[in-house]
Design a protein around this ligand. Sequence first.
Ligand code: RIB
Length: 314
Amino acid sequence: MHTSKILVVGSFVQDLTFATRSFPRPGETIVGTFSTGPGGKGSNQAVAARRAGSEVTFIGAVGKDEFAHSVRDFYRNEGIESPLAEYPDSPTGTAAILFDETGQNEIVVALGANEKLDPTDIPDDQIATASIVVCQLECNLQAVTSVLQRAKDHEVTRILNPAPLREECTAELLREADILIPNETEFIGLLSKFHGIELDEAELPKLSPEKFNEYCRKLDCPTVLITLGKHGVHLSTPESWERIAAVENVQVVDTTGAGDSFVGAFAAGLQRYNGNLKKAATFANRAAAISVTRKGTAPAMPTLDEIELVAHSS
Ligand code: RIB
């Protein structure tokens, strides 16, 4: 029996973030400022979906260390059910994040306990009672594959954000998704890895939307949404495609987690608009536009009221 619940399976990561004027060159040391907070693509997407108005369960894996200490309180405060797996011999995931004064970021993530997440950590009834499952590639990929396969058996809509795009990701895994949401870097990476098509990031905005859509169709997934930052979102289905413009006049502070904001809010939007892809993507665009005006990842996710305010002012 499906409920209106969204199940997010993925990573919890403690973000260790450095704000700098510019990125250091190899061998260079520069001075910046530090902050830390809850992150991880899976966890961020769960927070985004919850704040955007959905009932959310998040399943991930943590260690038994300082970084895992307050994680359960964090989800309780967010109103997210979180039956987390604990792997005492592994460190909780961590990420070193740099973001510069233009708001761009560079990230190295150490998966730690996320890599231990096991298919058995995700009980079948959690999948069967969801209406949507959302996964990424920032945890154990066997667990991701298992969740997506079981979700298909239960006729639950499967969203996959192929991030970070990892060597171990297979074409078979990608085929398990109903809706694939890569950003432009991951899109280029997928085309190169699975189709031998080499595109440059600077080339993407110059492609005609028709040509761009041809590349989307190569990804072998019914619905594809490519998030393109200030160029908006390209929505591609077997029947049609559409470009959804980005929100204008956004004061960008920190783009870290903007993709997570989009994915989580998109899942919430699908529920809110009864599966209408365009409405859900527009809703998610607004959420992401708010998140980039704030520092941090999970803490930057907007509430439903805030997203609706953008709708009324644009
Ligand atoms: O997408 C942003 C996230 O990626 C950060 O929170 C960081 O944890 C990395 O995993």
